[in-house]
Design a protein around this ligand. Structure first.
Ligand code: FES
Length: 166
């Protein structure tokens, strides 16, 4: 994680966070932490310590409580990522349905391992726990979309579509 630096929530972030805070009773302000972290992450596509601390201050929460949330959920990036983060599930159902083949194919196609980003900064590959798409195993998530019943050919089509988008 990067060194601590100052970060200030923008007025727009505050407005967006307030919209979530207002959904909860006044004494449950911290219930908006998941939404607040998502809003802040959307700026740079990752969360620095300073960003998490700004959320803690704003929601009057201990910093450690915010770190607990940010480190528990795989949707948060705690370091800079590529333009597209490919989340590949390797949990039980996906493992039984051949995710090893998909993972090997992705690693070979992108020439990176889990937790790494391609040299062009386009793709980051991440191993995640169950995506709750077990019925469609093996599955991955990228660019806000789920892709299920994966085959190497489907993976190639997904990558081609993302490469064409940039
Ligand atoms: S085990 Fe992969 S989506 Fe559930």
């Amino acid at each position: 994680m990067e060194q601590l630096i100052t970060f200030e929530l923008t007025p727009k972030m505050r407005l967006d966070i307030d919209a979530w805070v207002n959904k909860f009773p006044p004494e449950k302000k911290s219930s908006a932490v998941i939404a607040a972290l998502t809003i802040v992450q959307n700026q740079e596509n990752w969360l620095s310590l300073a960003m998490m601390n700004a959320v803690a201050d704003y929601l009057h929460m201990p910093q450690s409580a915010v770190y607990e949330v940010a480190t528990f959920y795989s949707m948060y990036n705690l370091e800079p990522t590529g333009q597209y983060r490919i989340d590949v599930c390797t949990n039980v159902s996906c493992m039984l349905c051949g995710c090893d083949t998909i993972v090997a194919h992705l690693k070979e196609r992108l020439n990176i391992g889990f937790g790494e980003t391609t040299k062009d900064g386009r793709f980051t590959l991440k191993e995640v726990e169950c995506l709750a798409a077990c019925g469609g195993a093996p599955a991955l998530q990228v660019d806000g979309q789920y892709h299920e019943h994966l085959t190497p050919e489907k993976v190639d089509a997904i990558l081609a579509r993302l490469e064409a988008k940039a």
